[in-house]
Design a protein around this ligand. Structure first.
Ligand SMILES: [Fe+2]
Length: 341
């Protein structure tokens, strides 16, 4: 039987009313950037020292596979010395969505505080998402072509999701990072009205859309420009899921280490979402950036393969289980689910 396109359809989530996109409200902080540009860099959500601490933890995690990677030896940056890392830098397997350093970043008060301010509530969920490890000079990986996309269903317009990552290493012009079409979120509804009859690329989920050359030309004719989002260690980068974006690999010598961090109000999740999220947490499973947890990673598709065989180094569990603070545990949604029953 042919696979339908999209392969998987999620339930809808409510539009978020925490930001006024009319331009009539001046916030005096990162929210103004999100309204105008569709993205924002929140400086020093954690200190550069904390960021460096996490950088060293990730290096240690890579070294502890025992495959030969050494943080100070660039000749060990090759597949045989490393866990299998997707060409776009994504690490979703090996238990990394629940590794101690991943939860450490998610639990940082300075990161949580930004989302509390954005959503005007402390009742939040956090995504159990991936980590990006884009090591420099990966000559053994094919070059990454631009893959402009938005992570939101074109049939569900409006501001429904904010994505984010905490950046851990310096990120300048030659370093791997995020490309965003500045202001693209504001024309999203008009765009999808214009392109509603164009045949779409294959998608695993309805909450995604890949732009083709025709669409990119339309956006260019609107005068919109792609920008590389440079940022420093400890900065939190946020973007509206309607904004076209993709990532680029490093061309210099700096590794890109980022932890994806998306939060949403608990009120946007159904009870079924919270039940599933609890199961995912208790079984150390990952899911997409939607914090409600309705898109678990499909292990069949993300299982790392080494020389054509399933990588024996992957057992889907973190090497060092996280110890969650009371605040961090609330972000799993479990206390809210227990309060319902
Ligand atoms: Fe994306």
């Amino acid at each position: 039987m042919p696979i339908p396109n999209p392969a998987n359809t999620t339930h809808d989530t409510p539009e978020l009313d925490c930001i006024d996109f009319s331009g009539k409200t001046v916030y005096g902080d990162f929210r103004d950037d999100i309204v105008r540009d569709g993205f924002a860099v929140v400086k020093n959500a954690l200190s550069p020292e904390r960021a460096q601490h996490y950088v060293q933890e990730i290096h240690q995690w890579l070294e502890d596979f025992g495959l030969g990677y050494k943080r100070d030896d660039p000749s060990t940056i090759k597949e045989e010395c490393l866990p299998i890392i997707h060409q776009k830098g994504l690490l979703q397997a090996y238990g990394i969505p629940h590794e101690s350093f991943t939860w450490g970043v998610r639990s940082e008060p300075g990161v949580i505080g930004v989302f509390e301010k954005l959503f005007n509530t402390e009742d939040l969920l956090v995504s159990f998402d991936a980590v990006n490890v884009s090591l420099p000079n990966r000559r053994d990986l094919p070059p990454v072509k631009p893959w402009a996309h938005q992570d939101q269903d074109p049939l569900r317009p409006g501001f429904r999701c904010i994505q984010g990552f905490v950046n851990l290493n310096p990120c300048g012009d030659n370093d791997g990072g995020l490309m965003v079409l500045k202001g693209g979120h504001l024309v999203s509804k008009e765009y999808h009205e214009a392109f509603k009859n164009e045949e779409q690329e294959f998608r695993w989920t309805n909450e995604m859309y890949l732009f083709k050359d025709t669409g990119l030309k339309w956006l260019e004719e609107k005068g919109l420009e792609w920008v590389k989002v440079n940022c420093g260690p400890g900065d939190l980068v946020l973007w509206d899921s309607r904004a076209p974006h993709y990532n680029v690999a490093p061309t210099g010598d700096m590794a890109r280490f980022v932890v994806y961090t998306a939060y949403a109000p608990v009120s946007t999740a159904t009870k079924e979402d919270l039940i599933q999220k609890k199961w995912l947490f208790e079984n150390t499973k990952g899911h997409s950036h939607w914090p409600q947890g309705f898109q678990p990673f499909v292990e069949q598709f993300i299982a790392p393969k080494r020389n054509g065989e399933l990588d024996p180094h992957n057992n889907w569990t973190p090497r060092q289980k996280p110890v969650l603070s009371e605040r961090a545990f609330k972000l799993t949604g479990i206390p809210y689910l227990e309060a319902m029953s």
